[in-house]
Design a protein around this ligand. Structure first.
Ligand code: SF4
Length: 312
């Protein structure tokens, strides 16, 4: 299968390539904030949140929740107006858990976003334990208007690591949500964090192999970031666990790309953490350098997505 797929000049199935193929142009993401919190922070599931999660709820670039969704979209467009002349956007509910609110409120804000004429896709980041039947039915309805993507923060399949990061749900909960979302045709993007403390290369690759067998359409790969004012920062100060160099990361990432199912769209290859609160790894702050180094490495070794997919 892998030889039949042309990913353009990239060696992997990038989000840009996917969007250009479907929409004929690049789409810009507008980060929206519905003002929600997270059950892993408010005591419902846990109190401290995931160990790496910043005060912004892993959505540090999202807009202010005090503004209406329409205003946030207008502001988001203005923000990219200098570099983007197109008229197609993705409405991205990013900060905290974006299905963790009363049904009527979710219906209101998601409908408001999806009905904006220049919004082409509605993308919602959430936890798999915050998707009840009523919410899935709402997402299914919205998916009839325009594509709806659900982004699930899995991070790892290993329960020991999941306990360490305080993810707050076991793997079967993820599997159950994937089945229910796919039953109504919703595309799923899974977030994976590489280099969690004590995870070996083999364990990280096991997470990728597991996802190859799941009905998912996209993946975000990122390296663990230590951010200021997180419990991970306190732990890092004490234990100084291993974080990779850029070269090390590129080698591991290339291995992940090589075994990844060729039809899974890669939405992200590196972290996107805010530089002003980034403690380590500092080199991730230079995103252009990271992406260029990955690209060069893939080309020089003739690695492409899915090349080893059938071998694992
Ligand atoms: S589930 Fe998301 S928002 Fe909640 S604590 Fe974890 S990373 Fe933060």
């Amino acid at each position: 299968m892998q030889n039949l797929i042309d990913y353009s000049e990239k060696r992997y199935y990038s989000l840009d390539y996917y969007l250009k193929k479907i929409y004929g142009e690049k789409l810009y993401k507008i980060s929206l904030n519905g003002g929600m919190t997270c059950p892993n922070r408010d005591g419902t599931v846990g109190n401290g949140g995931c160990i790496f999660c910043s005060a912004g709820g892993s959505g540090d670039f999202a807009a202010s929740p005090s503004k209406s969704i329409a205003k946030q979209i207008a502001d988001g467009k203005n923000l990219v107006a200098r570099k983007y002349t197109g008229h197609s956007y993705i409405a991205y509910f990013q900060a905290y858990t974006n299905t963790y609110a009363p049904f009527e409120y979710l219906e209101k804000i998601f409908t408001e976003a999806i009905m904006e004429p220049e919004i082409k896709i509605l993308s919602i980041a959430t936890r798999p334990d915050c998707l009840n039947e009523e919410i899935i039915a709402l997402l299914a309805r919205l998916n009839q208007i325009k594509p709806v993507w659900i982004e699930l923060g899995l991070q790892t399949i290993h329960e020991k690591s999941a306990a360490f990061i305080r993810r707050g749900y076991p793997l079967p909960v993820f599997e159950n949500s994937v089945s229910k979302l796919r039953a109504v045709g919703i595309d799923i993007i899974v977030h994976v964090i590489l280099y969690l403390p004590d995870e070996t290369e083999e364990m990280m690759l096991e997470t990728i192999s597991y996802l190859n067998h799941m009905d998912i359409q996209g993946i975000k790969l990122q390296l663990l970031h230590v951010l200021e004012n997180t419990d991970l920062a306190v732990y890092y100060e004490k234990h100084h666990f291993h974080l990779p160099t850029l070269d090390e990361y590129v080698v591991l990432l290339s291995r992940c790309i090589s075994i990844l199912r060729p039809d899974i769209v890669i939405h992200r290859l590196t972290g996107d953490g805010p530089k002003d609160i980034l403690i380590e790894p500092k080199w991730t702050g230079n995103k252009r350098l990271v992406l260029n180094t990955i690209q060069k490495y893939l080309k020089s070794r003739d690695i492409r997505q899915g090349k080893e997919y059938l071998d694992v």
